[in-house]
Write a protein that binds this ligand. Sequence first.
Ligand SMILES: [Zn+2]
Length: 186
Amino acid sequence: MSLAPNSCPALVLNADYQPLSYFPLSTWSWKDALKAVFLDRVNVVSEYNQIVRSPSIEFKLPSVVSLKDYIPLPEKAAFTRFNVFLRDKFICQYCTNTFKVEELTFDHVLPRSRGGTTMWENVVTCCRSCNTQKGNKTLQKLGLKLKKQPHIPSNYELKEIGRMFPPNFLHQSWNDFLYWDSELEP
Ligand SMILES: [Zn+2]
């Protein structure tokens, strides 16, 4: 089967052959991947069978590239809504059900109206229904328990959690670098 070049993204690995990120998975469009090849910034690790031609030359599209220069992962994770969801594995920390990103919001464990601040240790992933029920009440008042005490995650921890959520598109040449089925370390 022949794929259009636009459905041939390249998996981008760091110089240690680990994906730059798992979730979202680090990929480039075929144009960006070829550009990086010409600029000598990456090694081509694996290729698609798809070929693109210019009048003078033809290339196989890269399916996996690795950076020539290692990019260190900052230890501190950015405090973003998405990273809060990722830390909590998209599980509402009150009803313990799993939701899609668009069905989630975050909740201040100690409500802001009671002096709670917006920080890793006071913010949890929450479904809309639990969020409405909780309102500005405290956990004690509602008899609610958190699934897990919120903590500050490291980028390494978030990356490991991201491995549990494979993207929709996976080229078979990517499997060697992703290991979606492997167990996470405790
Ligand atoms: Zn809930």
